[in-house]
Design a protein around this ligand. Sequence first.
Ligand SMILES: [Zn+2]
Length: 721
Amino acid sequence: MTKTAAKAKAQPRIRTKPKAAPKRRAKTPARAKGAVRKSKPGNPLLTKWTTPFGLPPFGRIEPEHFRPAFAAAFKAHKAEVAAIAGQTSRPTFANTIAAMEKTGLLLERVCAVFFNLSGTDTNEELQEIEREIAPQLAAHINAIVLNAKLFRRVDDLYERRDRLNLSDEQCRVLELHRLSLVRAGAKLGRKGKKRVCEISERLASLATKFSQNVLKDEQSWRLVLEGERDLAGLPEAVRGAAARAASDMDPSGGLAGKHVITLSRSSVEPFLLFSARRDLREQAFTAWIKRGEMGGKTDNRAITAEIVALRAEMAALLGYSSFADYSLDNSMAKTPAAVRDLLTAVWPAAVKRAGAERDALQRRVRAEGGNFEIAAWDWRYYAEKERKALYDVDEAATRPYFTLENVIAAAFDTASRLFGLRFKELRDVPRYHPDVRVWEVTDKRGGHVGLFLGDYFARPSKRSGAWMSGFRDQSRVAGDVRPIIVNVMNFAQGGEGEPTLLSLDDARTLFHEFGHGLHGLLSDVTYPSISGTSVTRDFVELPSQLFEHWLMVPEVLQRFAVHYRTGKPMPQTLLGRIKKARNFNQGFATVEYAASALVDLDLHAQEDARGIDVAAFERKTLDDAGMPREIVMRHRIPHFLHIVGGYAAGYYSYLWSEVMDADAFAAFEEAGDAFDASTARRLKKYIYSGGNTRDPLKAYVAFRGRPPEISGVLKKRGLVG
Ligand SMILES: [Zn+2]
């Protein structure tokens, strides 16, 4: 996933965080609690930084510096925008668009430091500031995008764009500026603007309520396991986590010696995978899929209905026939029809494969003497047994081959061979935590490219998950600004004197986030609003998912996946088993995912969404699609956090990017070399360096010579052949 601090440009993009429910920033303007306080002299956020490479002077920044810095940054940005909007001279690209691109530098700097720290090394004080600042930031950005004078200037330029002698990049930046203002409601009259503001405020509070309800349902339900009979089948690690859950839940000791399963994915999924107790699996699974639908105060059905209706109303106000049309207009897919085409192309093959998988699981049930039809709560359990029997892949056997040092070296080496980058670790530069490592990135000739920060280990002050972010984006509009990119992971650090060993999944995550990192580092654009990862939601995962492919390239494994004690490369037999196991259960996984994507699309494609019954809607959509009886969609509507966050009508994006990454890597396979120089050159130019300078489809076609073909992803998931 990628995460950048809120953009302070006129194109406020709330960066999405794939693979985790994205947080939606509240749109409700709220009064600042601390109001504008005069900053003390010497606030390091407000002074010039003389640090190496212009890194933030982390050692001098204290939480108390943020409130006055934000206040000063809002004020400065507001004045800069007012000066541009209030000009009497005729709009030019330079005095309006380029000028806007140079505004908000202070706010960006403060946001970058603040949001990176609040994600990686937070504390009570920073959390309180975050709750306070988020609505202020939203209100600040709203005031800019709904500034009528500013819009008139941008719109005037847009109307004359063909006569302005603009470069392609300038033209694109102008179009994107106008688009973001229009999408925010700039073309509406006073009444329309007011209604759009009302709707977005209401949506923000409904979304908050929705998420909190899901969390409450997850926290309030528990399955208490009493003794060995209830624990049947659970491995040590799952038992340990369940025991910890019991003591966390009841510190007074009422649950002492017991084990508790909760409805959070990390608790219930392993239970469903290993519990030999069919009755308990049924109880847990049934509760899990009813989150947000349990009746009472935490029921999300009415809330969802209101959210969907408000979105449809907003889309209509803005001139779109549905919210899906509105949302997708600013994506690579462009239309609901294109998304539907993708999903319906994958669906039949996935259902067919899932049917074969079910038959195999059913045979296993019979062979074990079971006399029942496979149900949804049986699938994971029997699939896990099947996986072990067929592939015999034990995670403990692969870990010794993936030391963190070697996986980092493999990622750097791949970037070097593909894009000519060099990495040199710097010891004496400021960092925000002692675990953070810093590398200077240079090109083949030694020219400075940027800085890369790696923050790999889990700690209590860090949010869970993995992401890429930045302290500074590349641009050239106000001098040659070089990027400072950070990758954040949550690996468990090796014991004293022992190397950190990664699972294959961890290693893949490192490559994934490093792919996002390269998208930021290699950025080669003039204007900051289109720099690096500032691309559409359904394009941003291409550079990251694509980079994952190189981890499994034989010559990379041969060189870097070596046993940390013996130095010997991974045995071919183990490698073969890992590769084969990759496609296991992909019918199930694809059906589970695609069903949610389909329901998300249909839900938001309604022109009039007033008064819908979301449960009936979900049932009908799935019935029409022919959903297999034994599989439940990955996220049912009442707890589908993605679609109340930034992924409404956008859950398809993961698969969309996957179509491209599979198809893009095939270009190297077709060239017969995973490091083919001319393919790599095109990849760098059009994908990794291009930011948002081109329409994403055009960028892809420029790289590949044709649009992406779906056959690659079907092959990758093992759904054909
Ligand atoms: Zn990602």
